[in-house]
Design a protein around this ligand. Structure first.
Ligand code: G4P
Length: 537
């Protein structure tokens, strides 16, 4: 995606330039939920603060549609929060916080224009942050870093910056700088305004009133009076940083060469507003999206968007399904007719929702960057385009290479129809990928997923929603590759190797190997085969 922040002169007049659509990526427990909550608090959505977390409890009443989610108290499916801050309209797309995540997380990142990476100051970059970062890199979206939990003992600040640089390959540009950590945490120095924001502890949901601001000199004096070395240390650090000559270059942020780094403590609301203000000013507005034969600008008058996520049975009483659509151009108004590209049917949506956690609010209008929740009766699939005016089709969202595989046994053969129907629905939603062993006489499907938890989700949903009891038999598969080859390749000879040759439901060949070295071996024996880790959905 080619990012550009150069808006035409009418910028201020067009609300689309005031949209910010982003996701927070983090390793579980780094503070993603807390930071989301505090952003809402500062956005004036005070009555909503705590709501993100309250999902855990609310799930027991409103959304016990998925037993696993309830019993484990984890958020499996993403939701969308929209709030206003200053004159921005902010869309925060929540990504599941559990260690074991699904393709949903990846797809959510296909619908945002930037990402906030939250790191725990005591831990730095953890495995899941890295995985998610790689998806952001693939998509070319800018990343902003919030180093959280400074009120707890933290790692050396320079070491944290080096780690970002070394592991993620981006220049880290500290926008502010902490003084002390844990019990000695005294505040953060804003390098742009050259003022130190003094830290005091606050109650959890208390919005910070005016903070005490000190110049570096004033802090140095105060620190000396307390016989503390923190003032000296801060002075040295700032001189060192200035000497390194690393400065924020917005173009480099947009092209992922730099990540602006902010420090703070989400739990105590410290540094959150400072972060939010700078982040919203620097983050890109809704970007152009690539359709098959052209780029679509957000300012184009015709409405268009694509489905990036499908969630079924959000409300068990209604057995409904919702397709989440990212608006890419034009304006959506309630009740308008829009064309569903795959079927070319014109559909009118009198009730289109915005969702807040699991609650819904009817949408009157939506602009590029906004997310619509469309009522769906199994008609729509991930990646489907909707438009008005000139026909167009957005490029499909790539599917990420599954890492876990299992044979799914249907325990009760009388329920075959329900089993099939449920499996089809779950694949449409993108919960799992379904493969069939080409050379097995048994038609038992192989289910493949990015995260293992998806297997439990599939089994639970097949049983609860379709009455089909199943048993999953994990497979020892190390890697999967989609294959492309010409007619010179002897498929039967390939299938006779020590591999599993399968087909996905789009009839594409997939090679499953028990050990990665087999990939090289097969490549040597069948040189014209090309591997792909992903397939277009
Ligand atoms: P996640 O969504 O990334 O998984 O993390 P979450 O916000 O749920 O935070 C994980 C834990 O870290 C929570 O504690 C939360 O209170 C704590 N935390 C978040 N930010 C900060 C911070 O800036 N400083 C400190 N000291 N702690 C922070 P918990 O005990 O799991 O939950 P709770 O009992 O506090 O709700």
């Amino acid at each position: 995606m080619a990012l550009s922040q150069a808006a035409p002169p009418i910028k201020e007049m067009l609300p689309v330039y005031k949209r910010r659509t982003f996701a927070i990526i983090s390793h579980p427990d780094a503070g993603k939920t807390t930071l989301s909550e505090k952003m809402l608090l500062y956005a004036g959505a005070i009555e909503l603060a705590g709501n993100v977390r309250a999902r855990r409890d609310r799930r027991n009443t409103v959304s016990d549609w998925m037993e696993i989610e309830r019993t484990r108290g984890i958020s499996i499916s993403s939701s969308v929060l929209q709030f206003d801050y200053a004159d921005y309209v902010v869309n925060l797309l929540d990504t599941p916080g559990h260690q074991d995540f699904s393709e949903d997380t990846y797809r959510t990142l296909a619908a945002v224009d930037s990402a906030v990476m939250v790191l725990d100051a005591a831990k730095g970059i953890e495995p899941q942050t890295r995985k998610l970062f790689e998806v952001c890199r693939l998509r070319g979206i800018p990343i902003f870093t919030f180093i959280n939990k400074m009120d707890r003992p933290a790692r050396n600040t320079f070491a944290l910056l080096d780690e970002i640089q070394e592991v993620l390959g981006m220049e880290s540009v500290p926008m502010n700088w902490p003084t002390g950590d844990g019990n000695l945490f005294k505040g953060i120095y804003n390098r742009e305004t050259e003022r130190l924001h003094l830290f005091t502890r606050t109650e959890r949901n208390e919005r910070r009133a005016a903070e005490t601001l000190l110049t570096l000199d004033e802090f140095l004096q105060a620190s000396k009076q307390e016989e503390s070395t923190l003032g000296e240390k801060l002075l040295q650090d700032i001189e060192l940083l200035d000497g390194l000559g690393i400065h924020l270059e917005p173009e480099k942020v947009l092209s992922q060469k730099q990540t602006p780094v902010f420090f703070g403590s989400a739990l105590t609301n410290f540094g959150v507003e400072l972060f939010l203000q700078r982040f919203l000013a620097l983050a890109p507005f809704p970007q152009p999206y690539k359709a098959i034969d052209r780029q679509i600008l957000p300012t184009e008058p015709d409405f268009s968007g694509f489905v990036f996520k499908i969630q079924a049975n959000m409300d068990p009483k209604h057995r409904d399904s919702v397709a989440f659509l990212r608006v890419c151009s034009g304006e959506f108004t309630r009740g308008m007719s829009i064309t569903h590209q795959p079927t070319k049917r014109e559909i009118r949506f009198p009730t289109t929702y915005k969702t807040f956690a699991r609650e819904r609010e009817i949408v009157e209008t939506a602009l590029p960057g906004d997310i619509l929740a469309l009522p769906n009766n199994g008609r729509f699939s991930i990646g489907d385009t909707f438009y008005t005016g000139r026909p167009l089709e957005y490029e499909r969202i790539p599917r990420f290479g599954p890492e876990h595989f299992a044979i799914l046994h249907n325990v009760d053969m009388n329920k075959y129809k329900q089993f099939d129907q449920g499996l089809h629905q779950l694949e449409t939603e993108g919960a799992i990928q379904v493969l069939y062993n080409v050379h097995s006489s048994r038609r038992e499907p192989i289910i493949a997923a990015v995260g293992k938890l998806q297997f439990e989700v599939v089994a639970a949903r097949l049983e609860n929603e379709y009455g089909a009891k199943t048993r999953t038999e994990p497979m020892a598969i190390d890697a999967a590759r989609w294959l492309e080859f010409d007619e010179t390749v002897d498929i039967d000879a390939l299938a006779r190797q020590d591999v599993i040759l399968a087909k996905d439901t789009k009839d594409k060949y997939v090679l499953l190997v028990r050990a990665r070295f087999m990939l090289d071996l097969i490549q040597e024996r069948f040189p014209s085969i090309r591997y792909s880790k992903i397939s277009a959905s």
